[in-house]
Design a protein around this ligand. Structure first.
Ligand code: HEC
Length: 129
């Protein structure tokens, strides 16, 4: 009886978890400031931090050795995971797109506004602005 009840519940979780609508997985885009352009001037506080908020669920506990709480230490945490010479090689972007076997999976694709915004913010000097 219990097994027969559990299976549909399990199947539902699998279906919901694998859906492309799930904002936490598989190339979906993350919230990006409405009136901002990912190629225009970007702000760490207004544009980058909100996109990375989703990372804190695992990384506030230091998953994989990268500590990201989304709090006052956010800027230094991000600096430790980016390559300012080659933005696209940044560990942060590689992992966020599910590369290098990211334990957290993929959060957005290379073509997403989230990715473009972060890559451009790095290219603009990765300022704490
Ligand atoms: C569901 C949990 C989870 C979420 C959410 C998550 N991660 Fe991860 N992350 C992990 C795990 C587990 C590891 C360690 C295994 C690995 O290296 O991928 C890891 C490793 C990393 C590393 C490498 C740390 C190091 O020093 O080697 C970086 C950078 C990283 N994640 C960035 C991100 C970013 C950026 C986000 C948000 C877009 C994110 N993660 C969201 C689980 C998560």
């Amino acid at each position: 009886m219990q097994v027969r009840l559990l299976f549909p519940v399990f199947a539902l979780f699998v279906l919901v978890g694998c859906g492309t609508d799930n904002p936490f997985d598989r190339g979906a885009d993350l919230p990006f400031r409405n009136n901002a352009s990912p190629s225009g001037p970007l702000s760490f506080a207004s544009d980058i931090k909100p996109v990375l908020q989703v990372c804190a669920s695992c990384h506030s506990g230091g998953a994989g050795g990268w500590v990201y709480t989304g709090g006052v230490d956010s800027y230094n945490a991000v600096l430790s995971a980016i390559d300012t010479i080659h933005p696209e090689r940044s560990e942060l972007l590689v992992k966020a797109t599910g590369g290098d076997g990211h334990g957290g999976g993929s959060f957005f694709s290379v073509n997403s506004t989230s990715y473009q915004a972060i890559a451009n913010w790095i290219a603009q000097g990765a300022e704490n602005n």
